[in-house]
Design a protein around this ligand. Structure first.
Ligand SMILES: [Zn+2]
Length: 144
């Protein structure tokens, strides 16, 4: 799985899409909003991002994704941003974040690496079992 996660973030188009999502979430001390999406793989392994639509009051709406698939492609990872950079805000994945991944029966296929959480300083990965690890520094992975 560690290998898969590296492969996903090695993909320049994916890094560009994640960086765009980070910028779209308007990171700041106040006023940011979460953005997120699916990272999808087609049958020959080409990766792409589908951004989740925003619901009311900035809540993210996850489109239905039975059997870890969306739009006939495999969901190899999911991601969302934590754009509030003030020290009062939790930068790492919250308990709710961990539960959402762990308790989602449709995010359990062997090719699913987990959910990346992008904060100002670091990118974290919530594994399908709800465990959190640090992937690395955001600026190193996404660029400045
Ligand atoms: Zn979160």
């Amino acid at each position: 799985m560690a290998k898969r996660q590296t492969t996903i973030l090695d993909d320049l188009a994916i890094r560009t899409s994640l960086k765009q999502a980070w910028e779209d979430s308007q990171p700041d001390i106040i006023g940011g909003h979460e953005e997120g999406g699916f990272i999808l793989s087609d049958e020959i392994g080409n990766l792409s991002v589908f951004r989740w639509p925003k619901g009311v009051q900035n809540s993210i709406v996850l489109p239905s994704h039975p059997d870890c698939k969306f739009d006939e492609r495999d969901i190899v990872a999911t991601f969302h941003t934590h754009p509030n950079t003030g020290s009062d805000f939790l930068q790492e994945p919250s308990e709710t974040d961990k539960r959402a991944v762990r308790d989602d029966p449709d995010l359990k296929d062997e090719f699913y690496a987990g959910e990346f959480v992008i904060s100002q300083e670091k990118i974290y990965l919530i594994s399908p079992n709800g465990q959190v690890s640090e992937v690395g520094y955001t600026w190193e992975i996404l660029g400045k």
